[in-house]
Design a protein around this ligand. Structure first.
Ligand SMILES: O=C(O)CCC(=O)C(=O)O
Ligand SMILES: [Fe+2]
Length: 354
């Protein structure tokens, strides 16, 4: 069953069997910039950071190098037990394996209307216009922060473990968020609580479960088109059976490796502005493959939508002026997923100092 006439679930589409995906999924030739599947050889690996050792200078230096080069790092000793990660991945897998009717109980459509979406729930891409290219991806999007705004009506009741496992998982990722934000502030030599203090009890956190079905033409479609994330920080847990995430550096795409029970953490746009562009929010995308489906769980942490974004005052002086043009509300940076997902350039708020 499709979610609506406008947006079929990709999982349903993939099971119908065809040679070429519908045209709305095809990446225009001029946007492919050559072979979608071709990835470069990494100039150096994405650093693996031991989060339990960040107080040691050598580990902090590794984190700095990761943020200066890739904007992404792999994290180990992050405090989430292997068993909890396994439980989270298998509950997610079980959710997407269920029949459509069961998944549609969490639909993001308002009253089943294919034109009215809400932020939370299960769905595929929202069609913004006729020529809007779609991603080969279905997702379940759930608010985890603020805790008292969790909308359990949208949380799957099957598998039964889902709710408890996600609550436990999200309590751990929140601790990781704070640890990483403090470490970044220390690297920048500003008050270690500067970024953490920008997060009020109204700031949002979303868990996005991405499901990428196999695709017969991975050379023509993308699981997720190039984008940078909008908030402060993203904590990503990838299926370790199959790759697909690619990161851009100096205009080239590189495959991001997977490692069991290891998280991938990346900086997002609001933090880029708040750190005055010293550490950037990286562009990334997801390629598909013919044989295997793929799952990922991204937890996005943001500041309040009303927060006025500006570089931390401690980072500014005569030699290091602000790179942002005026103040921006965080909501302008991260409110519109379609704007975010299709932004191809660094935020226009940045001056040519970049
Ligand atoms: O699936 C992935 O590895 C990346 C997901 C992602 O970039 C996102 O949800 O914003
Ligand atoms: Fe992303």
């Amino acid at each position: 069953m499709a979610a609506s006439d406008e947006t079929p679930m990709v999982q349903d589409l993939a099971s119908t069997g065809f040679e070429e995906p519908p045209s709305r999924y095809l990446v225009h030739e001029q946007d492919r910039h050559g072979d979608l599947l071709a990835a470069g050889e990494m100039p150096e690996p994405i650093p693996l950071i031991d989060l339990s050792r960040l107080m040691d200078a050598d580990e902090a230096d590794k984190l700095r190098a990761a943020l200066q080069t890739w904007g992404f790092f792999l994290a180990t000793n992050h405090g989430i037990e292997d068993s909890l990660m396994d439980a989270m991945m298998s509950a997610s897998r079980e959710f997407f394996r269920q029949p459509s009717e069961e998944k549609q109980k969490c639909s993001n459509l308002v009253d089943g209307n294919g034109k009215h979406y809400q932020v939370e729930g299960y769905g595929s891409d929202k069609v913004v216009s006729e020529d809007h290219g779609l991603n080969w991806n279905d997702r379940l999007h759930l608010r985890v922060e603020p805790e008292d705004e969790r909308n359990f009506a949208k949380w799957p009741s099957q598998p039964e473990s889902f709710r408890d496992v996600l609550q436990e998982y999200a309590s751990r990722t929140k601790k990781i968020r704070d640890l990483v934000l403090r470490s970044i502030a220390e690297l920048l030599e500003i008050d270690e609580d500067y970024f953490v203090n920008q997060i009020s009890n109204k700031a949002s956190g979303f868990a996005r479960f991405n499901y990428y079905p196999p695709c017969p033409r991975p050379d023509l479609v993308l699981g997720l088109r190039p984008h940078s994330d909008g908030g402060l920080l993203t904590i990503l847990f990838n299926d370790d059976n199959v790759g697909g995430l690619q990161i851009q550096r100096d205009g080239r795409w590189y495959n991001v490796p997977t490692k069991p029970h290891t998280l991938l953490i990346n900086l997002a746009d609001c933090l880029e502005i708040m750190n005055n562009g010293i550490f950037r929010s990286p562009f990334h995308r997801v390629v598909t493959n013919v044989e295997k489906d793929r799952l990922s769980l991204a937890v996005f942490y943001a500041v309040d939508a009303e927060t006025m974004l500006e570089p931390a005052p401690g980072l500014l002086d005569d030699k290091r002026p602000s790179r942002s043009h005026g103040l921006w509300e965080a909501s302008a940076q991260s409110k519109s997923p379609s704007y975010k997902k299709h932004r191809q350039q660094p935020p226009t708020v940045w001056s040519s100092l970049m």
